[in-house]
Design a protein around this ligand. Sequence first.
Ligand code: UDP
Length: 194
Amino acid sequence: MKKIDILGIPFDNLTKKQFVTEIMNNSDANKKTFIVTANPEIVMYAKENTSYSCLLHEADYITADGIGVIKASHMLNTPIIERVAGFDLMISLLEEANKKNKRVYFLGAKKEVVKLATENVATNYPNIIICGFHDGYFGANDSTIMESVQASNPDFIFVALGFPRQEEWIHTYLKTASKGILMGVGGSFDVLSG
Ligand code: UDP
């Protein structure tokens, strides 16, 4: 599918509904999928940081997360159809995951935050199988987390480590994993826990 380039980042010009349909199809087919929800901060950071920019180019989907990105797309005469915020996309995916009894892992945020967030998910989406959760305060070289996430066989992994770390973690994970829909969700667990 044709991507829309905004300052070097290849965005997908899809509505939230279209993203959800494609991502759920990928999940049903066990197709590994890397989703980035890129706000203006991410775009500007990638502009200055080549390795992060290269990593974003390996994502399967990049959504325009922020009115600034939408405005830039209009100024460049390549309008993006809809703003798709990370938190909103995560909620839509949780709704679909609930309908299909998917296995979901939550990685990131502070210990008490991720615990509360998963408790709220369990209450609101009772058919989701929460196959695990872990806080986001572990060493950069700690491979045991990656191994235990993989061993829990998740269909979806929401990674709330803040950028650029969450995208770096996802990129490394996908090198060895055989399946999984992975998405960096920034501060979303803090909202989910409230
Ligand atoms: N975080 C984490 N480990 C870290 C640093 C941050 O788990 O080493 C979490 C933090 O607790 C918060 C989220 O990552 O829940 C970062 O949220 P923020 O809104 O700053 O995300 P950004 O907009 O930077 O992607």
